[in-house]
Write a protein that binds this ligand. Sequence first.
Ligand code: NDP
Length: 298
Amino acid sequence: MTATIIDGAAVAARIRAEVAAQVAAMQSAHGIRPGLATVLVGDDAPSQSYVRMKHKACEELGIASFRHELPADATQAQVEGLVAELNADPRVHGILVQLPMPKHLNEEAVLNKISIEKDVDGFGPVNIGRLAMKGRDPLFIPCTPHGVIVLLEEAGAVFEGANAVVLGRSNIVGMPAALLLIERNATVTVCHSRTRNLPEVCSQADILVSAVGRAEMVRGSWIKPGAIVIDVGTNRVDDPGAKRGYRLVGDVAFDEAKEVAGAITPVPGGVGPMTIAMLMKNTLRGAELTIPATSEAH
Ligand code: NDP
């Protein structure tokens, strides 16, 4: 069997076009232009590049964007003060604090300060708490896990009763992805660095989501024939032949896995492009939350 390749770039482009159209419609109907503010502390090169990509996406979709940079030695009070200003700024509908922050800062305290109505990353405790509770909806679903679900839907996944295995339990990918799968009535196993016999656990998965960060750890022989495989992992491996001296690979050994799986995401071009598309969607949603309910809505 050769798997269907799930084209994340194409799905993301479609979502971005939909968001751009909705942004334009919101401006003409309500005079509101959605706005995203980013907060970058320090000079971590990958973080700078992620922030740049987010601003570029905003520009392309007609979303206003506000870029805030603080030095690597910024104090907790400075970062929290900036977040408070952005909470109060009516032009800002989403606040994104780029992680990781320098070690001396208390990340949790900063995230707690973001107003729930502007928590477009969905990492605040209220959003995550609602995600974990039955019958409660978060205001914003975290972007990468949401992208995972959209790609699964795209691949025709049947969630109800499926065995889903999630590799990784981080706050930003693994755990929220598992919660979203439970919400869709999958039976979910969450694996981590202490899980025993990973190949055996994976081989039971109708849906396999990997968010570990280990190049090509998941072998083709671990995969159940016909499974849908979503590879979140983004790992650099040395490649002297490549322009930058490295190339990106996923957690899954793609060439092996595509011979067994029913559908699989490539790296790059799978989950990666979805994260920013979902952030743009969440920013639009943040702006929608500020539209006063009309009398008809009551
Ligand atoms: P973390 O390092 O926060 O979490 C990694 C998880 O993998 C942990 O739960 C860890 O277990 C688990 N793990 C580590 N080693 C093993 C192992 N040998 N077997 C099973 N589980 C293991 O990473 P993130 O969640 O932030 O990111 C994961 C990957 O996804 C990375 O490659 C990252 O670059 C990528 N990513 C991609 C994004 C995108 O937009 N495409 C966005 C975000 C991340 P334990 O909890 O026990 O330590």
